[in-house]
Design a binder for this molecule. Structure first.
Ligand code: 16C
Length: 247
């Protein structure tokens, strides 16, 4: 059959063979598996998760954590979005073509390496948070189907000799992020834009990599994470309007 350009670029339903022979594959596979599993575990039974933002179906929790005086609060968010699939959600999160349209913290983004259709390495610089130094990050990003009707993107910091840390104006930060999505629709019905719901679990841990005032950081965190999740999910709903549902 003839595939449209958009279908070709959707996250593949199985791991790309080119990725499994890449030197980073064992790390990518291990961290993605761990992150996806953790993302779908609730916050209910666990101690220390505090709710800090709630709006409609969106709930955001954080755990206060400091290492050597640096704030590293892990974040966990849940959301439910109607009318789009898990695969579509992950497509827009993974594919760099759309990133500037929804990512508001970004200053620059460079694709450092294309490992396969489902794995890339990015260098990104972020807007400066006064009075701290500007930050950059270098991370791999991998999208995969994990269960039935489940797709996830995992981002995790890495290194590259051509992008050394802390040599220019930026301090390198370290990030582990997972966006895990699962679609459901009423039993016995065919999935359509009108009956599909996608549950999202987004987990993020950012190590600022160097000094930044805790108070300022926590204020940015509290403002920027809800803003990101609302903007991103709204963006995907808008982009999918009038397009055929991709499962
Ligand atoms: O997951 C998200 N985006 C992905 C694609 O870009 C990717 C990115 C991960 C990097 C997340 C670190 C962002 C640090 C931004 C610092 C500058 C913010 C300036 C904003 C003021 C206008 O996985 C969505 C990421 C949503 C990020 C929300 C902001 C989190 C702030 C956490 C504290 C950062 C410490 C910075 C130390 C100065």
């Amino acid at each position: 059959s003839v595939l449209t350009r958009d279908e070709v670029e959707l996250p593949p339903p199985a791991i790309d063979n080119r990725l499994t022979v890449h030197p980073l594959w064992p790390e990518i596979d291990r961290i993605s598996t761990e992150q996806i599993q953790a993302a779908f575990e609730g916050v209910g039974g666990e101690i220390g998760w505090q709710l800090f933002a709630e709006e409609g179906d969106m709930r955001m929790y954080r755990r206060e954590m400091e290492v050597d005086g640096m704030v590293m609060d892990p974040l966990k968010a849940m959301h439910k979005v109607r009318g789009v699939s898990a695969r579509e959600m992950c497509h827009y999160f993974f594919n760099p073509r759309y990133r500037y349209e929804w990512e508001t913290t970004l200053e620059t983004m460079t694709i450092v390496e294309e490992m396969s259709s489902d794995a890339l390495v990015f260098h990104q610089t972020f807007k400066r948070i006064w009075p701290a130094s500007q930050r950059d990050a270098l991370f791999w990003s991998h999208v995969r189907a994990s269960d039935s009707n489940t797709y996830a993107v995992t981002n995790h910091s890495t290194t590259n000799a051509e992008y050394p840390a802390n040599t220019g104006a930026c301090i390198r930060l370290f990030v582990t992020v997972c966006l895990a999505c699962r679609s459901t629709w009423p039993a016995g019905e065919q999935p359509t834009r009108d009956n599909i719901t996608t549950s999202i679990a987004y987990c993020s841990t950012v190590n600022p990599g160097g000094w930044a005032p805790a108070g300022v950081l926590r204020a940015v965190y509290k403002r920027e994470y809800p803003k990101f999740l609302k903007r991103f999910t709204g963006y995907v709903v808008d982009q999918c309007k009038g397009k055929q549902l991709a499962l």
